[in-house]
Design a protein around this ligand. Structure first.
Ligand code: NAD
Length: 452
């Protein structure tokens, strides 16, 4: 739905008033409507900085160049020359003194990062730190990066961090591809961990990324699920679009558009998991990607909530997901190198008034992906969660005006995200190139100020 504040800002008759009142003027985020290109960073200038003794700079340089970026190692003299991407290898930062490299790298470049620019910093993996000071220093890099995101967000610039295991430094191509590209328009202030936990896939393709893959998306009839089904299909996947029977018309329309298969299924029904597993084997011989997107809310403060509202939310948002995964994993219906993505929520991170049931399930999913990931890593399967913040969907359109306006502004880019923004991150996590990322929960929230 339209962002009223953006409209008022752009209108010559009202723009001055909005500015006089000191209201935000959200930047137009540069998004990409299509599938991944072979060289998504072509024509973009990337400044690569490094702390002494870092171990990821070489790989970052290769990944940037492979994606078509023009990599430079020093700021151009001319002050009007802008930088599109700043990547800093801070894996050498293990003492407070070495953190000075962050200041030295970013202080001069801050005013020169172009609108809709990207910042990506790599830090040493916390678990590999030699001592408490080294671990604290790495965690300090995260605080630095999150603050950069808050300072730069008004220009549509995102800043994200990757903790990188020493041996996993050659797993950064996918990360550069996503976090330095247009697809990350609404993902900022996030910290992901790149590890060797999952064995590398046989092949990593970049354009298209998912040819020949079979994907299941639950709750695909509208909103984030619909955008995800479309996005996965754009990358060449065959998508099975599941939703409740009442949504069959929307499902049919979507599937005829993307060449997918509609599936009327209430995921919380008795034996839905068994039926689903049987169907996937019979029709496709298995499945490669599972996106657990279907979710419901039944909001009431706990004292007023009836047991039915509690049970319904627990069943759809959590129990059904666990049952489906059990059926798909135990029968090896989910193939090796598979991908599981669960839709969590900012409510799961921070809790929310009137959402004890919903927040319990969404927090459970954060714990679930962290616990399941190591159990399936040997098969090359990754399991991650995506936690959307304020996303412009039908759910949000029903909010009272002021609640909606506030919700939209409480993030670094001062606006709501689109279902497509969430679909972009989900799709990236489903690609072979994201094999270094498992057990993570990543927010798509424009760096929301709530639960940050
Ligand atoms: P939505 O309500 O627009 O769509 C959810 C879809 O799931 C619907 O098509 C619905 O019919 C389907 N569904 C519900 N119960 C089902 C069941 N038992 N079996 C099969 N399908 C079922 O939701 P959305 O806003 O697109 O959100 C998608 C996911 O993202 C949800 O899990 C939600 O909790 C999460 N999320 C959304 C937001 C947001 O801002 N929209 C924020 C945080 C988290």
């Amino acid at each position: 739905m339209a962002d009223l504040l953006k409209k008022l800002n752009r209108n010559p008759f009202t723009g001055w008033l909005v500015r006089a009142l000191g209201l935000p003027n959200p930047v137009d985020l540069a998004r990409h409507g299509g599938s991944y290109e072979a060289q998504p960073l072509k024509g973009r200038r990337a400044l690569l900085c490094r702390s002494p003794e870092g171990y990821a700079a070489g790989q970052l340089a290769c990944a940037l160049a492979a994606d078509g970026a023009a990599v430079i190692h020093a700021l151009p003299q001319a002050a009007n020359e802008k930088i599109d991407i700043v990547v800093m290898d801070a894996t050498g930062c293990t003492t407070p003194g070495q953190m000075r490299a962050l200041y030295d790298a970013f202080h001069p470049v801050m005013p020169r990062i172009a609108r809709n620019g990207r910042v990506l910093i790599t830090a040493p993996d916390l678990a590999e730190a030699a001592d408490a000071v080294a671990a604290a220093t790495a965690r300090g890099v995260e605080g630095f990066c999150r603050s950069l995101g808050k300072e730069l967000g008004r220009k549509g610039i995102t800043a994200n961090l990757a903790y990188v295991q020493r041996e996993a430094a050659d797993r950064l191509d996918g990360l550069i591809h996503f976090f330095c590209g247009k697809q990350a328009a609404y993902v900022s202030g996030q910290a992901v961990t790149v590890t060797m936990q999952v064995k590398a896939p046989n092949a990593v393709l970049f354009a298209p990324m998912l040819p020949g893959k079979v994907a299941l998306v639950t709750g695909a009839a509208r909103g984030i699920g619909l955008a995800t089904a479309e996005r996965l299909a754009q990358e060449g996947a065959t998508v099975i679009c599941a939703d409740v029977p009442a949504a069959s018309r929307e499902l049919d329309a979507l599937c005829s558009r993307i060449g997918g298969m509609p599936l009327e299924l209430d995921i919380a029904a008795q034996d839905a998991a068994g039926q689903l597993a049987a169907l996937l084997v019979e029709r496709f011989g298995g499945v490669d990607i599972v996106v657990h997107n279907a979710g419901i809310t039944r909001d009431k403060t706990l004292g007023k909530m009836d047991g039915g509202a509690w049970d319904a939310v627990l069943n759809v948002n959590f129990a059904a997901i666990a049952a489906i995964d059990r059926a798909l994993l135990s029968g090896r219906v989910l193939r090796d190198e598979g991908r599981i993505v669960c839709l969590s929520s900012i409510s799961g991170v921070a809790g929310n008034f009137g959402q004890t049931n919903y927040a319990a399930t969404k927090a459970a999913l954060i714990g679930y992906v962290a616990a399941l990931a190591p159990a399936v890593a040997a098969r090359g399967i990754t399991v991650n969660a995506v936690a959307p913040g304020f996303i412009e969907t039908a759910m949000v359109a029903k909010m009272p005006f002021m609640t909606r306006e506030l919700g939209r502004r409480l993030n670094s880019v001062q606006q709501g995200g689109l279902p497509r923004d969430v679909a972009e991150l989900i799709t990236f996590l489903c690609t072979p190139g994201a094999h270094g990322i498992t057990g993570n929960t990543i927010r798509v929230c424009g760096q929301g100020l709530i639960g940050a």
